[in-house]
Design a protein around this ligand. Structure first.
Ligand SMILES: [Zn+2]
Length: 217
């Protein structure tokens, strides 16, 4: 069997979707695992860590019990020397300014970080591919693409864009709902012809839109 991510190498291991780092221990037993190759799995672990930190540090997810538990272990891991370089880079990006640009994720009024949306979206893309496989029993075909958008990354001052976004979200949220853990990760999925539309919600607050469809469409 091929790796469901790259579609090239043989699948010799399994990957958790959604990323298990989002869940406090003991982790829920209903996480999905999908077949993938070692390279794809290892390449992703730093992205997962980044994702969890960035999302759990958001002030508006502070009320979610899972977020605060995960946050505690994030703080603990800041002290680990082998993570120094990674943490240093993270801390350097911490600033007191509000960030709300297409390239940044708004993190509330307190201490904020500049966030790489690309990196967050990469994690959600992988999760979408994994859930796609779980749903349909096949990997996303090679001639299809998967695009992910952070809902906070959209320019809300553009009324046309906001209206289109609302329509898409409304459409997807009538689809199939899956909930992982104590609402740590929720996902709506809906098929529309040969496309699929997904809304992923992390800690009940941080939302992403994912769309898979044929590349030439
Ligand atoms: Zn692979």
């Amino acid at each position: 069997m091929q790796c469901i991510y790259c579609g090239i190498a043989e699948a010799t291991t399994r990957d958790h979707v959604p990323p298990k780092s989002l869940f406090p221990k003991p982790r829920p037993s209903d996480l999905i695992t999908v077949p993938c190759c070692e390279d794809c799995r290892h390449g992703q672990s730093l992205d997962d860590e980044y994702f969890t930190r960035m999302v759990a540090m958001r002030r508006d997810v502070g009320g979610h019990p899972a977020a605060s538990q995960v946050l505690k272990s994030v703080h603990r891991s800041f002290a680990k020397p082998n993570k120094w370089r990674f943490n240093q880079a993270l801390l350097e990006s911490v600033s007191e300014i509000e960030v709300l640009t297409p390239a940044g994720l708004y993190l509330g009024q307190a201490t904020t970080c500049r966030v790489s949306l690309d990196r967050l979206c990469r994690v959600i893309k992988r999760t979408t591919l994994g859930l796609y496989f779980a749903e349909f029993g096949v990997r996303l075909p090679d001639n299809h693409g998967c695009k992910v958008y952070a809902l906070d990354g959209f320019d809300r001052t553009d009324p046309g864009l906001t209206a289109r976004l609302k329509r898409v979200i409304g459409y997807a949220s009538q689809g199939k709902l899956r909930v992982f853990g104590d609402e740590v990760f929720m996902c709506f999925a809906r098929e529309v012809r040969d496309a699929t539309v997904w809304i992923h919600l992390v800690y009940g607050r941080v939302g992403f839109l994912a769309i898979t469809r044929p590349l030439d469409a």
